[in-house]
Design a protein around this ligand. Structure first.
Ligand SMILES: Cc1ncc(COP(=O)(O)O)c(C=O)c1O
Length: 384
């Protein structure tokens, strides 16, 4: 199983040692991307072989960072169902709509994938205490993994976060600090705390390299579940964008290893109209996104005015020929009511935005009837 060979800055290309704990590129503060010897991996493995392994994300071990079994804070993240949703397809006039139901993950959301990988790898490299800013789901996941590993976890949570967030984190005995402001303010408070405490490692998304590696397993899993095929369109509820960037990284790796052939999916970001920096940056043709002035939406995970990986989200959408679609909270709430009834999948508020976005795309005729579309349900309905 490979260590990554090295870490490479996703923006300037500077390289760093993957064998040490790393945060972001010291030159430009941008995220590190883990790079592996894909030729060697491809020489020893095929996508179909991996399916015979464990029923969690470690089945993709050959393309993941090295973690000794004793350091794996494993709660069984990954291996979520890809559910056929023919009645959603019928309503939209599409032959094949599928839902990747990430609500089956530990703590009910896809955040478990990133946390399982990042905490395990950080433990492997010597970290002992953890902190994270969170609007809810990432914090619940980190708290659970910290409990599993028996290490302290501190969460920085915006004051107006949903009460259930605090309850879920308290179940796992995490320390919680409330922050007056948005998730970006919670991020600043977390950074200050980490700077003042040498022994605390910051697990903020894209401020260390391995939450992305955990999330990229969604891309490997999709390809495995579709026997090496990929959908034509993926619609993903986008806040910080780690899942979208991670899946695109997985597709690029698989392409390089010859594990997939043909066109890769068009990656579509569904955002809330009250906080749609990616939609606006795409329209403006910008490399980076600008924070909206008064970011607001009931979909807490989409209320991310500034994403560290904004340029990577934009690059992914552009390279894939995808799109970004803003939908109103009214449309999101309406879709949240309809999605479970039409598919049997209990959808979180963030993911209801994917159905509303797909409906808008169908209205605009940018999805053909015979195209396969995958909607990402990033969390179970009970999570929010
Ligand atoms: C349920 C849910 N969906 C989507 C998102 C956005 O995810 P990402 O940061 O990968 O864009 C979040 C983030 O908090 C979330 O909790």
């Amino acid at each position: 199983m490979p260590e990554p060979e090295l870490l490479e800055c996703g923006h300037c290309g500077r390289e760093a040692d993957a064998g040490e704990l790393q945060t972001t590129c010291p030159d430009d503060g941008r995220p590190w991307l883990a790079r592996y010897d894909l030729e060697a991996i491809a020489a020893g493995h095929e996508l179909a072989d991996l399916a015979g392994g464990r029923n969690d994300l470690w089945r993709y071990e050959p393309v993941l960072p090295t973690v000794a079994p004793e350091n794996r804070a494993s709660l069984g993240a990954g291996h979520t169902p890809l559910v056929d949703a023919p009645r959603v397809g019928d309503e939209l006039g599409l032959d094949q709509v599928l839902v990747k139901d990430e609500g089956h993950n530990p703590t009910g959301t896809f955040k478990a994938r990133g946390m399982e990988m990042a905490m395990s790898r950080a433990l492997e490299l010597g970290a002992e205490r953890f902190a994270v800013p969170t609007a809810g789901n990432a914090g619940a996941a980190m708290a659970a993994y910290a409990a599993r590993a028996g290490v302290p976890a501190r969460l920085f949570v915006p004051e107006d976060a949903d009460d259930s967030v605090f309850e879920r984190a308290e179940d796992f005995a995490a320390e919680i600090e409330t922050v007056d402001g948005l998730i970006t303010d919670a991020g600043d408070a977390c950074s200050e705390y980490v700077e003042a405490h040498d022994d605390v490692f910051d697990l903020s998304t894209l401020k260390e390299p391995y939450r992305l590696e955990g999330k990229k397993t969604m891309g490997y899993e999709l390809a495995a579940q579709l026997d090496g095929e990929l959908p034509d369109v993926i619609v993903y509820p986008t806040g910080g964008g780690t899942g979208l960037i991670g899946m695109w990284k997985a597709f690029a790796e698989m392409e390089e290893m010859g594990w997939i052939a043909g066109d890769k999916p068009r990656m579509v970001s569904a955002q809330a109209a009250g906080c749609a920096p990616i939609v606006e940056a795409l329209e403006a043709g910008a490399e980076f996104a600008e924070a909206p002035e008064n970011p607001h939406t009931d979909a807490g995970g989409l209320r991310v005015p500034e994403a560290v990986g904004d340029f990577l989200i934009l690059e992914t959408i552009r390279d894939s020929g995808g799109a970004a679609v803003a939908v109103t909270d009214e449309e999101i709430h309406d879709a949240k009511d309809r999605m479970p009834r039409a598919s049997g999948v209990s959808a979180c508020t963030e993911s209801a935005a994917t159905l509303a976005a797909l409906e808008a795309m169908v209205d605009e005729d940018v999805v053909a009837e015979d195209e396969m579309v995958v909607l990402f349900n990033t969390g179970a309905g009970w999570t929010g």
